[in-house]
Design a protein around this ligand. Sequence first.
Ligand code: ZN
Length: 352
Amino acid sequence: MKTETETLAGETPGIAYELVVHRLEGSDASAPRVYIQAALHADERPGPAALHYLIPELVRAEAEGRLLGSLTLVPQANPIGAAQHLFSQHMGRFSTGNRINFNRDFPIPDETGLRRLDAPSAAVFADRRLKSRLLALADDHPIVLDLHCDDEGVQYLYIPDRLWPEMEDLAACLDAEAVVLWNAGSDCAFEEAAFAQMVAQARGGDLKGHCCTTVELRGQLDVDPATARKDADGLYRFLVMRGVIADDGATPAELRADFVAKPIANVEMIKAPVGGTILYHVVPGDRVAAGQLVAEVVARPGEPGGAAQVHAPQPGYVLTRRARRFIRMGDDLLKLVADQPSPSARIGALED
Ligand SMILES: [Zn+2]
């Protein structure tokens, strides 16, 4: 494995960021090339934890001559967000310099297939240059995995519907509980931009063998050795099944019997009707009936009518909920993968 530390200039004198990039060279030029990044939202740490266990396995495969495909790994893809703390609170999702989500506004190809990336010396903010660099690193890799997590949630994936069900093997190897399939924009998240480039380079042709996804490795607090090891093992198994690593010991995986696969239009973003303290009556992974009580939001503790009840608008599967138990009126309270499309479904990312 070769490790390179790239430097990203900050916007002001004396400030620079370091981006660590690992490259492993496979022995078979026809084997798939794989790009994996983690912690683009810098406060989402299950990805780096999984890579902590996966990388030594890849290094061993390379040393033993079992690495067929080449890999590019960026285990901590956002040094800008990693450094952002305000009054002791880490703020890893948005650039505090310009309020832009670190996983939105990636450059995508225009209708002629041309994509304009910002050069390392371009006179734009560092987060924009970082986005261009990450996309350039991911180029020419038919397998692109962007490791994220939710607030609190099951393990689930966002996948372009054109790559489903071919990508079932990844969901099965990871033992994921659900997949959300998209076919329109997601406000130019990394996954959308990387996939758009794959499509442009395939010139509308065959996407067989391609894989592009945002993997939500459960919730922000689901970071522990056993979980990280399980995720690393799942990723390793997937890489063996795709012919990136040779390992006779690995076997194909099956999707969970209760696996949920639905279009993104079926996701109900249930909002808090009032501000206050959240009392959830369901946990991620629960199936709920229409009208079932999913949460109360306590605005005035102990007073008659002091809590607003929130019910499931239709039957479905509880995908995620908030990690913190204080919420504002209008904030997202819960993601429900409903059986039918949500009346409030719209094109774009589910969240800011
Ligand atoms: Zn994220």
